[in-house]
Design a protein around this ligand. Structure first.
Ligand code: ADP
Ligand code: MG
Length: 260
């Protein structure tokens, strides 16, 4: 049955029903004397969208980089699908291959066409054939409205188009988890909408997303829950409408008043 693991092997590797897809347990991270993460705990359920909000410098990017194993943590645990990916013995590249990431600044390969940007990891990390990788890449380019750009190089695209390509690239191999770090903050205002619309569509198709954002109306609209990072911890966590509309903590209220 669905509640019985298929393997008899005991231990934390076997996800139990209801286990969060991602569990952050008491994460700690300092840079020199600066303690940035001081015991961050957060569970992200499968299919859930969580918006990470907080002041500039509150550690949102550090947290997302830690989850993608780009930033070694000092203490705590990161469980992905029940497996401890913060264990130094894990194969970081294998873990990253199952996580889609889009950062604030465009991270397309400038010397590769749009189509090659999308299909590269599928072919060389996941071992897909060129035809399978390109077929899936073209499907996604069509979905993001950029199929006619497949032969272009990134510098021929607008910032909004580049971020749509970066989002499409992040989901070619259907990662279990998508990490988005302020992906509209470097865009001209008129280009923000097209990128957010795409994230909204991904959210509605059941993609599990942990996203740092400063777009509060977007967070309210798309996120299931909002986590407010302050003082190195998740200072407030709850349904998006509640945290953004009727925050419980004075620090959250101050933050929201400051940015609105
Ligand atoms: P946010 O994304 O919320 O703006 P960051 O995670 O980028 O915050 O940064 C949190 C704090 O950690 C900041 O004080 C920043 O200066 C510091 N920091 C981030 N990365 C490094 C690094 N590689 N070396 C030293 N300090 C860093
Ligand atoms: Mg940041």
């Amino acid at each position: 049955s669905a509640t019985t693991p298929t393997s008899g092997r005991p231990g934390p590797e076997i996800p139990q029903p209801g286990t969060p897809l991602l569990r952050l347990i008491e994460l700690r991270k300092s840079f020199g004397a600066t303690a940035v993460l001081r015991g961050v705990s957060l569970d992200v359920a499968e299919n859930e969208v969580i918006a990470l909000i907080g002041a500039s410098g509150s550690g949102k990017s550090t947290l997302l980089r830690a989850v993608n194993l780009l930033e070694p943590i000092d203490d705590g645990q990161i469980l992905l699908d029940g497996a401890d990916i913060s264990d130094p013995r894990v194969d970081a590249n294998a873990v990253r291959a199952g996580i889609g990431v889009v950062f604030q600044h465009f991270n397309l390969f400038p010397h590769l066409s749009v189509l090659d940007n999308l299909s590269l990891a599928a072919r060389h990390v996941h071992g897909w054939s060129r035809s399978a990788a390109e077929r899936r890449s073209r499907e996604l380019l069509e979905q993001v409205g950029l199929l006619e750009k497949e032969r272009e190089f990134p510098d021929r695209l607008s910032g909004g188009q580049q971020q749509r390509v970066a989002l499409a690239r992040a989901i070619v191999t259907e990662p279990r988890l998508l990490l988005l770090d302020e992906i509209t903050s470097a865009l001209d205002p008129e280009l923000v909408g097209e990128v957010l619309a795409l994230v909204r569509r991904l959210a509605h198709t059941g993609t599990t997303i942990l996203m740092a954002t400063h777009e509060m109306s977007f967070a309210r609209d798309v996120a299931d829950r909002v986590a407010f990072l302050d003082g190195g911890v998740v200072a407030e966590l709850g349904p998006a409408a509640q945290v953004l509309g009727a925050p419980q903590h004075v620090r959250t209220r101050e933050f929201l008043a400051r940015i609105s």
